[in-house]
Design a binder for this molecule. Structure first.
Ligand SMILES: [Zn+2]
Length: 411
């Protein structure tokens, strides 16, 4: 078994944490921003230094490849993203890139034999912080999104600017022929932080990821009547926010009553019109997002949500609309075994785990065999400045990635 160098991982964490630093321990590094380009430049500089060949595709995804010993074999890839959410942490995404770099550096430095070419990838716009949806880079390459649609997506910061404009301005815009395809790539493994508390609570050091959970995403809207908050009698009102509040609590209680283990659900967004304290709201909408491995469980949740469609709640009409949904994506059994053998060989305490969060790998899994490795997130925190994983565990995760890739390379 091989291990990556801890000091080199520490140095990388410190280095990349400075790019886009907020001053409060985290980073803001939107995709294709000057900060993200700085991180990309550094990735390319370091990969060139070990003799990797650099390619970029028409989504500005970057591929750094070390040749293998047997010409003509397909590549094995490792990768993640360098972009972050607003005021995000120093590990989400970038750990997978640092891990992939560490793997290639360790292989180059120690002349570790490998048959296949090995590629470290930086995926463009995983977070979708400035350009929604998330995972545009991997989504287009794997056929989940139409490129033309994505090019028209507008910036949340500057409505004049599209994702296509940002791509054209990027020095990393390359050619379509360089995309990850099943013809050129045999498999991919992504190292990532867990972003939840399961590994930490169980006292485990590594998660062998089996699937990315299926999810449903709905919007529930209430149509009422706006009127003066001071003059209009209570019993004549059609208060859309009151209706929404009732239904929101009721839905949450009814989902709880299902008593399905590992089922999660969230209302994270509410729009209230006109959102003025002297006006009874006439139009309110909230989101509901629910995730579980078993589609039958999500079907039960859906039944609850849909039961409100067309109903009148405190004088307001309720409308239920699907926003978007995805099925559970299972990772490749053989590559998951390679990860498991690697973890067991290195002697880390581990468990099989599901991913509740979306990752580039869930799209990559649609076109080539794919797997993921998780390391614990302290207190389960992620997408915040407190996000933290000790450097030792980051290096351990990269060592798992290294040995898993070398096992996969034997086929
Ligand atoms: Zn991520």
């Amino acid at each position: 078994m091989y291990t990556v160098d801890l000091d080199s991982m520490k140095e990388k964490i410190e280095f990349f944490s400075r790019i886009g630093a907020t001053g409060n321990g985290g980073i803001t590094r939107y995709s294709l921003s000057p900060e993200a380009h700085q991180a990309r430049d550094e990735f390319v500089r370091r990969m060139k230094a070990i003799g990797a060949q650099i390619e970029t595709d028409d989504l500005a995804n970057i591929y750094a490849t070390l040749p293998g010993s047997e010409p003509g074999l397909k590549r094995f890839a490792m990768g993640s993203h360098v972009d972050s959410v607003k005021c995000g942490g120093n590990y989400d995404g970038i750990l997978g890139v640092m891990g992939a770099m560490s793997v290639l550096e360790t292989i180059a430095k120690n002349n570790i034999p490998h048959r296949h070419p090995l590629t470290a990838i930086v995926w463009t716009n995983e977070e979708g912080s400035e350009f929604t949806p998330s995972m545009i880079g991997s989504g287009v390459v794997t056929g989940q999104f139409k490129k033309d649609d994505m090019m028209k997506v507008r910036s949340m910061l500057d409505p004049e600017k599209t994702f296509g404009d940002a791509l054209k301005a990027s020095p990393y815009l390359g050619e379509e022929k360089n995309r990850l395809t099943p013809e050129r790539y045999q498999g991919e493994i992504e190292l990532h932080i867990e972003q939840g508390p399961i590994l930490e609570n169980a006292g485990n050091e590594i998660g062998v990821v089996v699937c990315v959970l299926g999810m449903i995403n709905y919007r529930i809207r209430f149509h009422g009547q706006a009127c003066h908050a001071g003059t209009f009698p209570m019993d004549m009102r059609h208060d859309a926010l009151h209706a929404a509040a009732r239904v929101l609590c009721e839905i949450h209680e009814r989902i709880d009553d299902l008593e399905r283990p590992e089922l999660v659900y969230t209302t994270g967004e509410i729009f209230c019109h006109p959102n003025v304290h002297t006006v009874v709201p006439d139009d309110v909408e909230f989101s509901i997002d629910s995730r579980h491995e078993d589609p039958k469980v999500l079907e039960e949740v859906l039944k609850i949500i849909k039961s409100y469609d067309g109903k009148e709640i405190v004088g307001c009409e309720c409308e239920v609309k699907e926003d978007w949904c995805r099925d559970t994506v299972y990772f490749d059994r053989h590559l998951v075994d390679c990860v498991q053998e690697s973890v067991s060989g290195l002697g880390f305490k581990n468990q099989k785990i599901n991913s509740g969060a979306g990752h580039d790998s869930q799209y990559v899994a649609h076109i080539i065999p794919t797997a993921m490795v998780f390391v614990p997130s302290v207190k389960g925190l992620s997408h915040c400045e407190e996000e933290y994983t000790p450097a030792e565990q980051c290096a351990d995760g990269a060592s798992v990635l290294l040995n898993a890739i070398l096992k996969a390379d034997k086929d």
